[in-house]
Design a binder for this molecule. Structure first.
Ligand code: NDP
Ligand code: 8X3
Length: 244
């Protein structure tokens, strides 16, 4: 099960895991995108679930509605999330803050709460939480996004502690700059501003994160790659990028 499979890292992960023979539960709000992915990969191998991770009832209804052959989720990729705005705290929009906390933090918790009991019952599973370099550092104008990703970092560590003693693994990937629709969302559809974020250097591509995740979920049982910070080689820290 991959949340945020309609775009970027989640979509690339869906394609790659499917290419390795896995069946995919692809989640997101944009049904047309999910349907296109299902048409591309094949109806037998992809089940789509359309819900907003902010809506606890919708999360529970969607996951609770999974038909029998799809009920047992072996890998959960908690990927849905975005930044909304880039502002100081004194000027930021509270609606943007609500979106980031509700999606990146509470949404991840709701989905995890719905999926984890089944994994524990079967004593089998792997959760990969997608954090960010913003969960390891704080940068100017990004306090609330960074706070949301620091929360993901804490939840990831807490989840691993809570599940210790079961055969459910918990890992996190913390990417630096990845060229996806992330900046388009952050800048509210401003394509020119968004493109600037990825210009003058080689950013990561969504497929780079997908390949890292595939390596992590393919390790033998006794190996858990617990925490990965992955950056473009041109990036040294959140806002230190060597551009030409
Ligand atoms: P995209 O904008 O391309 O993808 C975001 C995905 O999240 C979409 O599939 C979107 O689906 C889904 N999503 C957003 N809001 C909701 C919601 N309320 N309910 C359900 N799904 C939602 O960005 P990325 O692929 O880059 O982002 C994926 C993850 O990677 C995020 O958690 C992001 O914070 C993290 N990340 C990204 C980095 C980057 O530089 N790109 C770097 C570090 C971390 P839909 O709109 O259809 O609901
Ligand atoms: C997304 C990348 O640099 O905006 O997490 O934090 S950044």
């Amino acid at each position: 099960m991959i949340t945020g499979a309609s775009s970027g890292i989640g979509q690339a992960t869906a394609r790659l895991l499917h290419s390795q023979g896995m069946r995919i539960i692809a989640c997101g709000r944009r049904e047309d995108r999910l349907n296109a992915l299902r048409d591309e990969l094949g109806k037998d191998d992809v089940l789509t679930l359309t819900f907003d991770v902010r809506d606890e009832h919708a999360v529970n209804a969607a996951i609770g509605s999974l038909p029998e052959p799809w009920k047992d989720i072996y890998i959960l990729v908690n990927n849905a999330g975005n930044a909304h705005g880039l502002d100081t705290l004194q000027h930021g929009s509270t609606a943007d803050w609500d979106a980031m906390i509700d999606i990146n933090v509470k949404g991840l918790l709701y989905v995890s709460r719905a999926v984890l009991p089944g994994m524990v019952e079967r004593n089998s599973g792997h959760v990969v939480n997608i954090g960010s370099i913003a969960g390891k550092e704080v940068y100017a104008n990004g306090a609330v996004y960074c706070a949301s990703k620091h929360a993901v970092d804490a939840i990831n560590k807490g989840m691993r502690i809570d599940l210790n003693g079961t055969r459910v693994k918990v890992s996190a990937i913390h990417p630096g700059l990845v060229e996806t629709e992330f900046s388009l969302v952050r800048f509210k559809g401003d394509a020119d501003r968004s493109e600037q974020v990825y210009k003058g250097y080689d950013p990561l591509q969504a497929e780079d994160i997908a390949h890292t995740l595939l390596f992590m979920v393919n390790r033998p049982w006794h190996v858990n790659i617990a925490d990965v910070l992955i950056l473009p080689s041109h990036q040294a820290a959140s806002t230190i990028v060597s551009k030409s």
